[in-house]
Design a protein around this ligand. Structure first.
Ligand code: TXA
Ligand code: MG
Length: 318
C-alpha cells in the first residue's frame, strides 16, 4: 500500500498542530500525537478511553534522538538500539523534562521505539517531533493490524494512513533495564535469546519494581467482544457447533461452525501476523464464541500466548 508524500505531509501537519493521526507500524497500527505537546497527548487518552495510569510509547525516527529525550546515558540502550532499531523493540529509559508527565502516566521513565515501517518513519521525520502512540484501538479491545480495524474502532477519526497489513502482527517487546541487565515487561517478536546476545539479562524474577511500574500489563487486554477459550487451558463448552476455531498449525477439528487457519505449516511468525485479523473477523462473523489452539511458548510464541491469555482473561475466572 503506497502512501504518497502529500498524504505524509498533510498528516505531519496535523501532528504539529496538536491533532491525531493513525499510522501503520510493523507491529500494529498506532494512534499518534506530538509527544512534546501535553494537550495533544491528552486527546489520545480521551478518544481511546484509556486510563491515565497507562503510559504511552514514544516513537522516534533515529537512534540519535534518544539523547534528546533521555536523562543521563546508558551504553546498553545504545547497544540495544543499534542492534534492533528500526524494529519491534521498546526500550524504557529515564526521561528528561522535554517529555510531559501525561505521556508516561507520571512515571520517571519513558518507552522509546523506532518502528521498522517506512510510512511511520516518514511521518515522524516530516512532523519533526517524537510521536507518542498507543495501539489504535479502544482501551482493552483488539489491536489493529489493518487500517480497516482502525476505522472500525474510530469511525470519526479523519486521518488514517493506510500502509496495508502489519508484517509482525503483535506489539513490540518492551524492555526495561535495572542495574544488572534487561527485563522483558511485554513479550514480542524480539526475544530474550536475541536480546541476550547484546546485553545481559537481569536475574530479577517475580514481579520486580520495574514490572510493577508497567501498569499497562493488566491481566485483561486485547479482548474480542465474544468469549474466547484457549484449548488445553480453559474448559471448553461441550457444544461447539456455533463456534469458531483458530488453528495455529493447519489442523482442522470436527464440530465447529467455522475454522480460521492462522498458519497452515505451523509457523509462529505467521500465526502472529494473522492473529488479530482473525479475531477481528470472528467478532463480525456469525459465531457465538471462539476457541484458539495453543502454540509453543518459545520465540514469538510467548507473545502469542501472552495476547491470547489476556484476550481470554475476562471470560474466565483463573
Ligand atoms: O508495537 C507497539 O509497541 C505498538 C506500536 C503502535 O508501536 N504500541 C503499543 O502501545 O503497543 P500500547 O500503548 O498499546 O502499549 C504500550 C505498553 C503500555 O501499556 C505499558 O505497559 C508499556 O507499553 N509501557 C509504555 N511506557 C512504559 C513505561 N514508561 N514504563 C513501563 N512500561 C511502559
Ligand atoms: Mg495496546
Amino acid at each position: 500500500m503506497k502512501v504518497s508524500d502529500n498524504e505524509i505531509l498533510a498528516a505531519a501537519d496535523i501532528i504539529r498542530k496538536g491533532g491525531l493521526v493513525a499510522f501503520p507500524t510493523e507491529t500494529v497500527y498506532g494512534l499518534g500525537a506530538n509527544a512534546l505537546d501535553a494537550n495533544a497527548v491528552a486527546r489520545i487518552f480521551a478518544i481511546k478511553e484509556r486510563p491515565s495510569f497507562d503510559p504511552l510509547i514514544v516513537h522516534i525516527a533515529s537512534v540519535d534522538t534518544v539523547a534528546h529525550l533521555m536523562l543521563g546515558f546508558d551504553e546498553r540502550v545504545n547497544l540495544l538500539a543499534r542492534a534492533f532499531w528500526p524494529g519491534p523493540l521498546t526500550i524504557v529509559v529515564p526521561k528528561n523534562n522535554s517529555i510531559p508527565d501525561i505521556v508516561t502516566a507520571g512515571l520517571p521513565n519513558v518507552g522509546l521505539r523506532m518502528p521498522a515501517n517506512d510510512v511511520a518513519l516518514r511521518l515522524i521525520e516530516a512532523a519533526g517531533c517524537p510521536v507518542a502512540a498507543p495501539s489504535a484501538n479502544k482501551f482493552g479491545q483488539l489491536s489493529p493490524t489493518q487500517a480497516g480495524h482502525v476505522r472500525k474502532a474510530f469511525p470519526a477519526l479523519k486521518h488514517v494512513l493506510d500502509g496495508g497489513p502489519c508484517r509482525v502482527g503483535v506489539e513490540s517487546t518492551v524492555v526495561a533495564l535495572d542495574a544488572r541487565g534487561f527485563l522483558i515487561l511485554r513479550p514480542g517478536a524480539i526475544t530474550r535469546e536475541m536480546l541476550q546476545k547484546h546485553v545481559p539479562a537481569s536475574p530479577a524474577t517475580g514481579v520486580s519494581v520495574l514490572e510493577a511500574a508497567s501498569p499497562g500489563h493488566m491481566p485483561s487486554h486485547y479482548s474480542p467482544t465474544k468469549p474466547l477459550f484457549i484449548e488445553g487451558i480453559h474448559q471448553l463448552p461441550a457444544d461447539t457447533s456455533g463456534a469458531a476455531y483458530l488453528s495455529a498449525d493447519g489442523r482442522i477439528p470436527q464440530g465447529y461452525a467455522h475454522v480460521e487457519i492462522l498458519s497452515a505449516k505451523g509457523s509462529l511468525n505467521e500465526v502472529a501476523v494473522n492473529l488479530f485479523g482473525a479475531l477481528h473477523r470472528m467478532e463480525e462473523a456469525e459465531v457465538e464464541f471462539i476457541v484458539a489452539q495453543t502454540v509453543e511458548p518459545r520465540g514469538i510464541g510467548l507473545a502469542i500466548m501472552d495476547r491470547l491469555r489476556k484476550a481470554a482473561h475476562r471470560f474466565h475466572k483463573d
